[in-house]
Design a protein around this ligand. Structure first.
Ligand code: PGA
Length: 264
């Protein structure tokens, strides 16, 4: 896994936005997998800025949500759809029909899961899956113990995840106990994965993801199996990595090579 350590959250957001903007410019009809949560807020704000100030167009981009809650009223502010409209979709030229949702409000949840996998296949697969990580090592709502081959399905949320997500709910009685989520196997099929993590509260999970054994107890560790997975971290999230100095050396060496190739 490629590990990029940036000085702060703004630099992480900027670096991730550059990766996405480069992909969209190269491949305007690319397919993105998108997360919610606190971590990507600055990243979405930076994409909106680039749309407004630099003409970055989402007019052909296709998106798939990574997960959502089950049982929330459709327009609840904590739902994936509301979050994405608020933070990205309402501010760029994306076509609503190209934004795929995991709809947790219906009764036929297994049908929703199957058609979601089919829709991803029909779109030609996900080119770039953006991810966050939970303090317990989850990716999407794949909580510890999730099969590393799992597909889109319903998951019961852990007490840690409920606690972390509680601030998005004014009324805690509304906090759903179940989520609907792409599986670890679904995530691993994306052509590239990009996981963002901010702050010391993610540092242990990040170390287990990058340097620990591959285990269903830390679903993010499955990214070690992916041929093109990158994590972009701020100093806090990188603070418990045992080889963090080496990862910096790798990036510096890579930068020198790229610059040399550019001047050759
Ligand atoms: P956060 O959530 O970005 O709000 O920390 C990440 C996650 O739980 O996957």
């Amino acid at each position: 896994m490629r590990v990029i350590i940036e000085p702060d959250a703004a630099a992480v957001s900027n670096r991730a936005a550059t990766r996405v903007a480069d992909l969209i410019r190269r491949s305007p009809a690319c397919v993105l997998g998108l997360p919610t949560g606190r971590t990507p807020l600055g990243f979405y704000a930076e994409l909106v800025r680039r749309h407004r100030e630099k003409g970055l167009s989402f007019s052909q981009v296709v998106t798939f949500s990574l997960d959502d809650y089950i049982g929330l009223p459709p327009h609840h502010s904590a739902s994936w759809a509301a979050y994405m409209r608020r933070n990205l979709f309402d501010h760029v030229d994306i076509v609503p029909a190209n934004t795929h949702l995991l709809e947790g409000g219906t009764e036929d949840l297994s049908g929703v899961c199957e058609s979601y996998e089919a829709a991803i296949r029909k779109a030609g697969g996900i080119d770039l899956q953006i991810l966050g990580i939970g303090p317990n090592g989850h990716i999407a709502f794949n909580e510890p113990g999730s099969s590393l081959g799992s597909r889109t399905r319903v998951k019961t949320l852990t007490p840690e995840t409920l606690e972390a997500n509680a601030p998005s709910f004014e009324d805690l009685d509304e906090l759903p106990r179940l989520g609907i989520t792409m599986g670890v196997g679904t995530v691993l099929e994306a052509r590239s994965c990009l996981l963002l993590a901010l702050g010391e509260e993610k540092a242990l999970a990040v170390r287990e993801m990058v340097e620990g054994p591959i285990t269903a107890q830390v679903p993010a560790s499955a990214l070690q199996l992916h041929p093109d997975a990158t994590t972009i971290l701020d100093e806090g999230a990188a603070s418990r990595l045992l080889r963090r100095h080496y990862y910096r050396d790798v990036e510096e060496a890579q930068g020198r090579l790229t610059r040399a190739a550019g001047t050759a």
